[in-house]
Design a protein around this ligand. Sequence first.
Ligand code: PMP
Length: 433
Amino acid sequence: YLNRQNAMESQVRSYPRKLPLAIAKAQGCRVTDVEGNEYLDCLAGAGTLALGHNHPAIIQSIQDVLASGLPLHTLDLTTPLKDAFTETLLSYFPENYVLQFCGPTGADAAEAAIKLAKTHTGRANVIAFSGGYHGMTHGALALTGNLGAKNAVNNLMAGVQFMPYPHEYRCPLGLGGAAGVDALTHYFENFIEDVESGVVKPAAVILEAIQGEGGVVTAPVKWLRKIREVTAKHGIALIVDEVQAGFGRSGKMFAFEHADIQPDIVMMSKAVGGSLPLAVLAIKKEFDAWQPAGHTGTFRGNQMAMATGLATLRVMKEENLPENARVRGEFLQAALNDLKAEFPCIGNVRGRGLMIGIEIVDENQAADRTGAHPADPALAVAVQKACFNNKLLLERGGRNGTVIRLLPPLTLTHDDCVELLAKFKQSLADAIK
Ligand code: PMP
């Protein structure tokens, strides 16, 4: 089978092209390939599978839709299922929010959010951050920082101003820790005051409260609060992209909740559809500038995704999965930090909940002013390959792909964590051999 897969490689573009893996089945945190090998899945559909693979509640919800005779496609018309989903999703927001279904993917949410902010403010420019990721469509890609994929495309959406994102380990200003965060917070505030007194005023600021693809960089609470304060002062829409960090992954329902702020527009996708494609915006009512039909699109009424999304929200509440993510995440981060003594190539362990990044460095090269050693892209690739050989699926991210990323299902148990750590430790040992 794998030989046939190789032959097909030239016909179907695939992103992990050379991974000798064809998946036969999956359950919970486990994936089994066509040869019967079992892997611990710490990628979980890039964070989509909050309940893991084929959770009984997800399967049941799909079967219930099929048995009920509900239309699978309803354009934008409502159904009792859509009402139940809407009501449940809105219960996670204060009363002054409305929902906008905007298509199947996270990029659809980005496009809709920017369009809405521009409509609401009548302004054109958008501030985005280095290392940020918002999708691959024309507008979303323009808002995405530090990504090779942009280089091949000329003339992406104009009017995007990139600003540095605070990084406590690799601060772009070369100032480590709190000093770097303070400097960037100050810089952001001054920048906004300057542009607000000029002619090119921004419509929106778009950010992830924890950058995922950018290498699991957690925005400091202080910085997020300042951004909220300054954007509110000038009527700039604050768009928070919760496509990856949302739905319990960070240890709270949404990652912005760690800073106790209320964004004007919240982007949701991945876990919101509980395994199936769905993208939704939550919009503060005063930013809800669209007239009826101001934002349409054929595939916004995916009943099956609403059923699986509703099942996800129910299980998440019943089993308090955000709390599980917090507890397992703290355990994993502590254990990974303990591994540093034995494996000094672990430069930094970071993230929140079950969104963890492990930056791989070359400890034989001198540290910079911030105390960080240079990143080691080749070793990071070797660690990922060793993990695959040890039956641990995970992804890399960050500049040059030097951050190993853990995004397991939120149902991860303590025993799964122990197994994950053993496999990771073995893989580090294999990679540095
Ligand atoms: N925003 C964030 C934070 C993401 O992580 C992603 C996907 N990795 C997207 C947007 C884009 O989502 P999609 O791939 O579904 O378009």
